[in-house]
Design a protein around this ligand. Structure first.
Ligand SMILES: C[S@@+](CC[C@H](N)C(=O)[O-])C[C@H]1O[C@@H](n2cnc3c(N)ncnc32)[C@H](O)[C@@H]1O
Length: 249
């Protein structure tokens, strides 16, 4: 049975949602989107939760689909990845749309916010891995066709993101893709820095976190992963840059 079908079946048996505090308060970012209040608001707005985040919370309707369309145009889903791994899926807005583009046998998530992880397991039949710090230890080397993270590395510390980068390269199979967005210098011209300084921020110390583009390119090159493409995606008052790497076959 596909990941999506088995998950939907499980969801039918579910009757309600509980408020559960995040399992990791160190970064202070995993309760960015409170589970129960967000689900309730999405239902009241009669929108799928991912669309609610895009349209209402972020004021960027269609943003998730636009990134997925860009990835599709880059043939990221063309080889029909058998195993996908996503770090920090949150509400699952990218996860849901990824599952419309491909039908992996296995979709692993690493998510520190337990209520969202449980919801994604129930809804989509994904596998929630124990998530601590920046480790993908439960996932074997060279085992994943597509590793992705969206709007995560601009919310965690530099060290957390950097440690995940090594892990992402480790678990990706030769020929596989690595996709993530970061707030690079491409996204930080003086006017944008001014906008962030005057209008940005959420009260979380680690948001937004910048990451130099060249640092990513050079680091992943040492890990046998070369940059295939980059494009901008809206975030907060400005944007992040989505980077697409391929691990050497
Ligand atoms: C800003 S939200 C983005 C969620 C989702 N990817 C999206 O774009 O809607 C960041 C997500 O990363 C998760 N997160 C934070 N720290 C993490 C960590 N160390 N490992 C895995 N997930 C983490 C948070 O719980 C949250 O779901």
């Amino acid at each position: 049975m596909s990941v999506l079908k088995s998950g939907v079946k499980r969801l039918l048996g579910r009757t309600g949602f509980d408020i559960v505090r995040s399992t990791n308060s160190r970064g202070g970012v995993d309760d960015f989107i409170p589970f129960e209040a967000t689900m309730r608001a999405a239902r009241a707005a009669d929108l799928p939760v991912g669309d609610y985040v895009d349209e209402v919370m972020n004021g960027t309707p269609g943003a998730t689909q636009s990134t997925i369309n860009e990835l599709s145009a880059l043939d990221v889903f063309a080889a029909d990845p058998g195993t996908v791994l996503e770090i920090g899926p949150g509400t699952g807005r990218y996860l849901e749309k990824t599952l419309k583009e491909c039908s992996p046998d296995r979709y692993e998530i690493y998510e520190t916010a337990k209520p969202w992880a449980d919801y994604l397991v129930d809804t989509f039949g994904v596998v929630a891995q124990p998530t601590a710090g920046s480790s993908l230890a439960p996932t074997p080397d060279d085992s994943v066709d597509l590793v992705q993270a969206h709007k995560v590395f601009n919310t965690v510390t530099f060290l957390c993101a950097s440690r995940y980068f090594f892990e992402m390269a480790r678990v990706t199979r030769p020929g596989g893709r690595i996709v993530f967005d970061v707030m690079t210098e491409t996204c930080l011209d003086p006017a944008t820095v001014s906008a962030w300084a005057t209008k940005g921020g959420t009260g979380h110390d680690s948001y937004p976190t910048a990451m130099p583009r060249q640092t990513c390119v050079d680091l992943f090159a040492t890990l046998d992963c070369s940059l295939e493409a980059g494009f901008l995606a809206p975030m907060g008052v400005a944007s992040t840059e989505v980077l697409v790497f391929r691990k050497s076959a």
